[in-house]
Design a protein. Structure first.
Lengths: 212, 150, 148
């Protein structure tokens, strides 16, 4: 299955795309022969507990899962499998939270937090490696980010190789037409956030770019 | 818990409406604007074509709204952050055409000041809203200018 | 209606608006500001738009195109294509400075369509011939319907 693991709807303060517009665009891509099974909404510094996209997901036959993108003291992290335990332990609006702690708490709560665009200047993990971070709870990073500037995905790849990490793909779309620029291909079906976390932990996935 | 930093600025400016100068729309200026961007659309160049399309005369290209917003005369919110200022974005909504000889008046207000952290570190955004009215008192457009300080 | 009127029934999500490929010179930027009724950007005052030296003093590689001129180019792309349409909205984000004297392309793609209101939404871009967008945004236009 192919999922875009990183996108932002208007619920993120800097996006101009509604969820429905993302799904309509995916419909247009499918007409052109593209395969996309689902998206994960990773809104900035929040988790929309009450947002229910079931109706839209059924209408457009696209899975819509929810996650978050959080600011930390060592760059941004994508969080999948957000649950009550994690929401009680972590203040999602805290832009200076410890990324290392976030990874640990996420793992302990049954969720997973992975560095987003680690090769991005300023807000990617590679900028903080000299701080002597404990990376023991980081086994996956976002390898392919669809909004990367020149050299950023390459820096992420270097980091992954150096530390033997697995990599996901996501568009980081803030506009409708940016969705599905990069995807994650999973070997097994995913029907929920729990499935997603399980498949990420099992490691049977790879990052892919959209065809030219 | 650290959210975005509290910004030091003159909060008394927030929301205060400031009237701008009334501008008489000059046909030659509209044509010069079009020439500068390589405009070829007859609606913005030729009265006969515009009238045939149902308009009063040739009109200003929609983006000409931006030329009618003047920052001079606005109160300074004295945002105490950073040393550089860049224009980070602008939004225009159009409601009525703007024709030569129209008199356009504007009212501006400081709509928002907020901080955000991105690639370049923390930045402060300053958003000005301007409403534009014609001589009949009709709202012709709304513009929002966003500036970033870092 | 003119024979080349663009009808809502004839467009769909994913359709691309014909692009504009252009290079903007300092003379054009100067002429652009000169067309303003009044302007803070006098050609007599060095700025990032009319002076290489001043642009470099401000940490730029060279003189740049003003954001509002980028918006003018995007609007031109849309109004050239949307014959019979009413332009409603352009919300532009200036992600990176747009250099003068560099070939750029301005284009748009339809991202949403509402046949009740005859409105389309578009993502709009100004980008280098090879690279990430300088300007990105969202636009909205009201098209004509064959149903009248």
């Amino acid at each position: 299955m192919l999922f875009d693991l990183h996108c932002h709807s208007v619920s993120s303060d800097d996006s101009r795309a509604t969820v429905e517009q993302f799904l309509k665009w995916i419909g247009a891509l499918r007409k052109k022969g593209r395969e996309i099974d689902g998206i994960v909404l990773t809104e900035h510094r929040k988790f929309d507990v009450d947002a229910d996209y079931t109706h839209l997901a059924n209408k457009y036959d696209v899975q819509v899962l929810k996650g978050s993108e959080l600011d930390t003291d060592c760059g941004h992290f994508l969080v999948f499998g957000v649950n009550k335990l994690l929401l009680n332990e972590v203040d999602f609006s805290d832009i200076k939270m410890s990324g290392v702690e976030l990874a640990r708490i996420a793992k302990d709560s049954g969720a997973i937090a992975i560095p987003a665009h680690p090769g991005r200047y300023g807000v990617g993990l590679v900028n903080y490696l000299d701080d002597g971070l404990d990376l023991s709870n980081i086994t996956i990073v976002e390898a392919l980010n669809g909004s990367a500037r020149a050299g950023e995905n390459e820096k992420s790849a270097e980091f992954m190789d150096q530390y033997g990490l697995a990599g996901t793909g996501g568009s980081d779309a803030h506009f409708v037409s940016g969705i599905a620029q990069c995807l994650t291909s999973f070997d097994n079906p995913i029907a929920s956030e729990t499935d997603l976390v399980e498949q990420l932990i099992q490691g049977q996935f790879k990052a892919i770019s959209a065809p030219e | 818990m650290a959210t975005e930093p509290t910004i030091d600025y003159d909060r008394s400016v927030l929301g205060k409406e400031v009237p701008g100068e009334t501008i008489r729309i000059d046909r030659e200026k509209i044509l010069a604007y079009g020439a500068a961007i390589g405009e070829t659309n007859p609606l913005f160049l030729d009265d006969a074509a515009a009238i045939q399309a149902g308009y009063k005369s040739l009109m200003a290209p929609p983006s000409y709204i931006n030329a009618l917003i003047l920052s001079s005369g606005r109160p300074d919110p004295k945002v105490n952050f950073g040393t550089l200022s860049f224009h980070s974005g602008q939004a225009i909504e159009t409601y009525q055409p703007i024709y030569p000889e129209d008199s356009i008046s504007t009212t501006s207000s400081l709509e928002d000041v907020y901080a955000k952290t991105g690639r370049s570190g923390t930045m402060v955004f300053i958003v000005w809203k301007t409403e534009l009215f014609n001589q009949a008192g009709e709202l012709v457009a709304i513009a929002r200018e966003s500036f970033v300080r870092r | 209606m003119p024979s080349n009127t663009l009808y809502i029934e004839n467009v769909d999500i994913g359709d691309e608006v014909p692009e504009l490929v252009t290079t903007v010179s300092m003379d054009q930027v100067t002429a652009f500001f000169a067309s303003y009724p009044r302007s803070n950007n006098s050609p007599d005052r060095p700025s990032r738009f009319n002076s290489d030296e001043q642009a470099k003093k401000e940490g730029l590689a060279g003189p740049i195109i003003p954001g509002v001129m980028s918006m003018a180019l995007i609007t031109k792309v849309l109004t050239d294509w949307g014959i019979g349409a009413k332009f409603k909205l352009l919300d532009a984000i200036f992600r990176q400075v747009v250099p003068q004297e560099e070939q750029i392309r301005a284009y748009a793609v339809i991202t949403d369509k509402d046949e009740e209101s005859n409105t389309i939404e578009l993502d709009v871009y100004i980008e280098p011939m090879d690279g990430q967008p300088y300007v990105r945004g969202r636009a909205s236009m009201e098209l004509v319907s064959k149903a009248g």
